[in-house]
Write a protein that binds this ligand. Structure first.
Ligand code: ADP
Ligand code: MG
Length: 314
């Protein structure tokens, strides 16, 4: 029997929804797409984003400080940990149910609370740029800067928002355990929300006030697990040149070299498509035979069969 293709999937925002009821419904559809790949004969590892969820947890924890003076504010790293557990709970339940519905009884599903080390000297810490949480007034922003030492920025006339650093992932702390679980055939959910950002202080891992891009963390996970595919599932079926313009052109296959050129020409929006293309390129360039794919959740089976999506290769 040929070796199973190992796939790391990075789930985007549309795979999880924006509210508690939305997530409950979304994970059922997401679980179907993932189990489709398992039935296709793939070994799947799931990573995911957490934008709306970590924003929600962060806002809830701020509300707690208003209700109870004894409660200090919750570090962002703890909010990420909470979001991993909450999303993992919904996802692992939906996956278990979908597997059982299809008569697959020998694949245990589990979520790994994952810490990801970042470099405390990463230049991203000097220029926080990633907005999180809800919009607030200038007055509230001032209060949050004073009380919580947040960095607040005005966002194009819509109000003020907290911005945090988005450093590059360097090391997945729990990779050994993840590898063991994957090797024994478990369906593992890991690196949720890009992982809980930590820096190393001797033997101590200190939570960092940052969020790691889930596309970069998924790429690192795929490399560390020696995966054959990195599949980034998002809200578009393919990546485009001149996206949203009359001369828009959807891409089927891209070499690492071509991708570099397209990036230079500014085809991919920073904060949305750019990190995906960078992650896809990085994975494809890391070893011959590694392929990255960007496509829609609903199209993941077709994409693995080579029928759609944008494929990145050396
Ligand atoms: P996710 O939650 O999956 O990370 P994002 O919203 O961050 O999703 O990124 C995906 C979005 O990037 C697409 O829905 C699309 O609107 C946008 N986008 C920007 N540039 C491009 C491009 N060149 N080709 C395709 N989509 C693009
Ligand atoms: Mg995104």
């Amino acid at each position: 029997m040929s070796k199973k293709r190992r796939i790391v999937i990075a789930l985007g925002g549309n795979a999880l929804g924006n509210t508690l009821p939305e997530q409950m419904t979304a994970v059922k559809i997401t679980a179907k797409a993932i189990v489709d790949l398992i039935e296709e004969g793939c070994e799947v590892v799931v990573a995911h984003g957490n934008g709306p969820q970590v924003g929600m947890v962060n806002n809830a924890m701020i509300a707690l400080t208003h209700e109870d003076e004894q409660q200090p504010n919750t570090p962002l790293s703890v909010c990420v940990a909470m979001s991993q557990a909450y999303i993992g709970y919904d996802l692992q339940n939906a996956l278990r149910e979908e597997l059982l519905n299809r008569g697959i009884t020998d694949i245990p599903v589990a979520t790994m609370i994952t810490q990801v080390r970042v470099d405390e000297n990463d230049p991203a810490f000097l220029s926080p740029s990633k907005p999180i949480g809800k919009f607030v007034t200038a007055e509230q922003a001032k209060m949050m800067e004073e009380n919580f030492h947040y960095v607040m920025k005005e966002d194009s006339g819509r109000g003020w928002r907290r911005v945090v650093a988005s450093p590059k992932p360097v090391e997945i702390i729990e990779i050994g355990t993840i590898r063991t679980m994957v090797s024994s055939g478990d369906l593992v959910i890991a690196c949720g929300g890009g992982g809980i950002p930590v820096t190393r202080q001797g033997n101590h891992l200190k939570g960092a006030s940052a969020v790691i891009d889930k596309d970069f963390a998924s790429c690192l996970l795929a490399k560390e697990l020696d995966a054959d595919y990195l599949i980034i599932l998002t809200a578009v079926e393919k990546v485009a040149l001149n996206f949203g313009k009359p001369e828009e052109q959807w891409l089927d296959e891209v070499s690492v070299k071509e991708a570099e050129q397209y990036i230079q020409e500014g085809h991919f929006a920073p904060g949305s498509m750019l990190p995906k293309v960078e992650a896809a390129m990085d994975f494809a360039a890391s070893k011959p035979g590694r392929t990255a794919l960007i496509t829609l959740l609903e199209k993941s089976r077709d994409a693995v069969q080579g029928k759609t999506g944008t494929t990145f290769h050396l």
